[in-house]
Design a protein around this ligand. Structure first.
Ligand code: SOE
Length: 399
């Protein structure tokens, strides 16, 4: 598609609808791209809200019928940001219509749905697929990936991954993220998926076994909503008359795992880490060095180099914003004029455009095959917590 337009149909106009609209709007302004990303059609269910959204973000067309929208022969890329249980149906239809497909994380609400999506993508030879594990495009995370790849850490002994939020207090109504039917899981698929992908991405290893896991729901029921959140995690959601409904997902999931290179890994995902609002982090300890990242300190990657003279040894705090050494820095501002959350999505839109234009992304983008591996780990941890046993990933292998 080099030199042509990539006409995008975005499905969903809430939190990720905003983040992705902003990404398509800005990518071509900051990156020299092989093709033009055209904000062609926005799809959502509420006509009134949709027209306001389309005008605000500059979408050329607005539709409340995703089936119609993805049939449009002019659409090249369909991007799905609906609740997780809607991913499969829309993605399959888009692949069958010959479109390239991007999908928010996690790939699906269930492993079965994810498997169907993975297999459909394999068959759709002309379609490329992408999953928005956007934290890979935090410059510090992308740099960590490169340092491990260069062998700066050596054999990895420990991985410590955590995604700590604290928004799910007792006053938050029963938004879709608390529904197993809509989300598939709670903190596990929402936050745990990110750290599983990040651990796989940075180490270059796979998780081979979940040794043990625990999942709890701290608040068992919540007030029914009269309106879902406007565009934040739960912000703007309005509670009803006081009638309550059951929470059917985990509020935290914590598990212990073995990685393919022999490392032991811990994963902690929670919406109840009071005091941490979006602390998404990873620490890796190896024979030659160590890495430490925490999204609440987004600009920095901490690096410990064991080869340094012991009297000088200590953690180095790297501001990962120096061009051209650091990922994405050349597209943005001078050193230490740091990027933010929204830049990870703009970096991702730029990389999707690069791939569709026949170029290489700054760092690898997970396709459905890759994202399916994260989905297997999600499933293995849930089985491990439910049945209180170790679960080898190979146990889940089918096809
Ligand atoms: C809510 O937990 C959420 O919006 C996640 O769904 C996103 O993936 C993460 O980037 C921010 O928090």
């Amino acid at each position: 598609m080099a030199g042509q337009s990539i006409n995008v149909c975005l499905i969903g106009q809430k939190f990720m609808g905003r983040a992705h609209s902003n990404a398509y709007l800005k990518a071509g302004k900051f990156f020299d791209l092989p093709a033009e990303l055209v904000m062609d059609t926005i799809v959502a269910r509420n006509r009134a809200e949709l027209d306001v959204f389309a005008k605000r973000w500059g979408w050329k067309n607005a539709s409340i019928d995703w089936r119609e929208a993805i049939k449009n022969p002019l659409i090249n890329l369909v991007d799905v940001t609906t609740p997780n249980n809607k991913h499969r149906e829309i993605v399959i239809a888009a692949l069958e219509a010959g479109k390239h497909v991007a999908c928010e994380k996690p790939l699906a609400a269930t492993l079965e749905d994810a498997r169907i999506m993975r297999d459909a993508a394999k068959k759709a030879k002309k379609s490329k697929t992408f999953v928005w594990y956007s934290y890979r495009r935090v410059p510090a995370v992308a740099l960590a990936h490169r340092l491990v790849k260069e062998g700066r850490i050596g054999k990895i002994y420990h991985v410590r991954a955590y995604y700590l939020q604290d928004w799910a207090g007792p006053n938050v109504p029963l938004v879709w993220r608390f529904s197993k039917e809509q989300a598939g899981s709670g903190s596990h698929g929402d936050l745990g998926a990110h750290i599983i992908d990040m651990a796989r991405f940075i180490t270059g290893e796979e998780i081979t076994e979940v040794i043990g896991a625990a999942q709890d729901t701290f608040i068992k029921e919540r007030t029914l909503v009269t309106e879902e959140s406007k565009g934040g995690i739960s912000g703007g959601a309005t509670a009803g008359s006081g009638k309550k409904g059951k929470v059917s997902v985990d509020d935290h999931t914590t598990f212990l795992a073995r990685m393919s290179g022999g490392a032991i890994a811990t994963f902690e995902a929670t919406r109840f880490a009071t005091g941490y609002h979006n602390k998404n982090g990873l620490e890796i300890h190896g024979e030659k060095g160590a890495l430490r990242f925490n999204f609440e300190d987004m600009p920095y990657l901490d690096f410990f180099d064991r080869s340094v003279d012991s009297k000088l040894a200590g953690w180095t705090r790297i501001p990962a914003s120096r061009a051209p050494e650091h990922p994405y820095a050349s597209a943005w501002w001078p050193t230490a004029h740091h990027q933010g959350y929204e830049h990870t999505f703009i970096n991702m839109a730029a990389d999707i455009c690069r791939v569709l234009g026949g170029e290489q992304p700054e760092v690898p983008i997970p396709d459905f095959e890759d994202a399916y591996k994260t989905q297997e780990v999600l499933e293995a941890a849930t089985i491990s917590a439910t049945e209180r046993r170790g679960v080898k990933i190979s146990e889940l292998r089918r096809g």
